[in-house]
Design a protein around this ligand. Structure first.
Ligand code: SAH
Length: 484
């Protein structure tokens, strides 16, 4: 972080603006909006607005060039002349007086910069790019302006009016936060956004009364949330909201660190990921931990790679919660098969080519399950296989599939680290898969796609960071065989 964002209270504080043109005018207006007492030093006021403000005594104007001098009576200083030497002098004098100074259009000389502002008073959003790209900050401002309700401030104002009463009614800080989260996410805010301030106030009063009567909100809850396959922007909006409201986050090893940053700063983050061939928490211990935390009143986000209900052992965790009679919600995620197929350009179904997709595995920690996974993959025309896990067993998996009726020339695509900047796609034929794995060091996490549509990984490759490697490709042969 190059600059610390602050919200300064400048009400009735003296601030100096050096310069009398259009830029000085914009800065002066902002400072006035914040309630500052603005003094302008400039030989003449070229800006009409500044002249009017001066005539109305809303600013004081000293009609003289800047001559330097002690600046310690000012809280903030803005240098907005079109003369670099003068600006540099103002900056140096400010530094000497240990006052923060903004030099318009000269980030080098600035000790503070003015952010782009989205104003939903009393809510203020400040956006900065450390002075590097005003165009980018304006773009972000535009985006936020369209996303945020016009009457956002009404909710903040309402919260301000009720703050003390809510504090008295709900002394526990964690519980109070939950109450306010419900206000912000629910009916109260919806009324306020729509301009129905009286209804909003009534709903808040009613909510507070029923909160005191009802104990249900004191119980914890588990959220089984799919984080998606890797790329941080592939989590759902609902998943992200629940993650942001959780007290504890139990996350898998494959969940990207940028997704974890959506959690609250005070939330406890616990990695419960299983690393292949390394001692780690067992599923049983994990189920117990989850149940204990929810029983202790925590809102626990169980954040899993991909989709929680696809090779995510979500079923076992739900059973533990159901058994203990606890509340839970499940939020789907983009599963590795969908994410990898999309980011590798492989249609999982395709008219005339593939009409079914089988999500399965060639390997799990339970060998019976693994066999059943491959057994389910009996050759069927028009079926695409998406095989999770089992990278080290690719040679055996390929042999087992060939024994189940697959042609050795069947196209396959392996997507390693799918949807991330490290994505690699390996195109080969089923008969070469074992050799490809060894020769190209294919490592988990990787998803294996088997079927005629896998060859489109070459034609529809679109994801820029992805690397495509062709291994002993029989593409020409495959192409000759497939027509659609
Ligand atoms: N619940 C997850 C799957 C967990 S099992 C889901 O729905 O995607 C773990 C397996 O998922 C890995 O061994 C790998 O086969 C696959 N996988 C997860 N993330 C992946 C990624 N980014 N790229 C390729 N495969 C991935």
């Amino acid at each position: 972080m190059q600059h610390l964002p602050l919200f300064a209270d400048l009400k009735d504080k003296d601030c100096l603006v050096v310069g009398g043109g259009a830029v000085a005018e914009r800065r002066t207006l902002l400072l006035l909006e914040a309630g500052a007492r603005v003094h302008v030093v400039a030989p003449t006021l070229k800006s009409e607005t500044l002249s009017e403000l001066s005539a109305d005594a809303r600013i004081t104007h000293e009609a003289r060039p800047y001559r330097g001098g002690p600046l310690d009576r000012y809280w903030l200083i803005v240098a907005a002349t079109d003369d670099h030497v003068t600006n540099a002098r103002v900056a140096a004098d400010s530094r000497a007086a240990r006052r923060l100074c903004n030099v318009v259009d000269d980030p080098e000389l600035c000790s503070f910069i003015m952010p782009a502002i989205v104003d939903r008073a009393p809510v203020t959003i400040a956006i900065g790019s450390s002075g590097l790209s005003p165009v980018l900050t304006r773009w972000i401002k535009g985006l936020l302006e369209t996303l945020l309700p016009e009457r956002l401030g009404a909710v903040a104002a309402l919260a301000g009016r009720w703050r003390e009463r809510v504090r008295a009614a709900i002394p526990d800080a964690d519980e109070r936060r939950r109450f306010w989260e419900r206000v912000v996410n629910g009916e109260v805010a919806a009324h306020a956004f729509a301009g129905r301030d009286l209804e909003a106030e009534d709903a808040l009063r009613g909510g507070l009364e029923s909160w005191a009567r009802d104990d249900a909100h004191k119980l914890g809850e588990a959220y089984l949330v799919g984080a998606g396959p890797g790329g941080a922007d592939l989590i759902t909006i609902r998943g992200r909201q629940l993650l942001a409201s959780a007290d504890v986050v139990l996350y898998d090893r494959l969940v990207s660190p940028s997704i974890l940053s959506y959690a609250r700063r005070e939330a406890e983050l616990i990695c419960v990921g299983k690393t292949p061939r390394r001692p780690s928490i067992t599923q049983k211990q994990l189920n117990r931990l989850l149940v204990q935390l929810v029983q202790a009143g925590k809102r626990v986000c169980r954040l899993k790679g991909g989709d929680p209900m696809i090779f995510g052992r979500g079923g076992e965790e739900l059973e533990a919660l159901a058994e203990a009679g606890l509340k839970f919600q499940v939020v789907p995620g983009v599963s590795a098969a969908e994410g990898c197929a999309a980011y590798a350009g492989v249609p999982l179904t395709l008219r005339g080519v593939a009409q079914a997709v089988l999500l399965t595995t060639g390997h799990t920690q339970d060998s019976q399950d693994s066999e059943a996974g491959v057994a389910a993959a009996e050759f069927a025309p028009g079926q695409t296989l998406a095989l999770y896990m089992g990278v080290a067993q690719y040679a055996d998996i390929a042999a087992a599939l060939i024994a189940r009726g697959y042609d050795a020339s069947t196209p396959v695509a392996v997507v390693e680290n799918g949807t991330t900047d490290r994505q690699r796609v390996i195109r080969t034929a089923l008969g070469s898969l074992g050799r490809a794995q060894a020769a190209l060091d294919i490592a988990p996490p990787a998803l294996l796609i088997v079927g005629e549509t896998a060859r489109f990984a070459e034609r529809y490759s679109w994801f820029e960071p992805s690397k495509l490697e062709i291994f002993e490709s029989e593409s020409a042969h495959e192409r000759a065989r497939v027509s659609y």
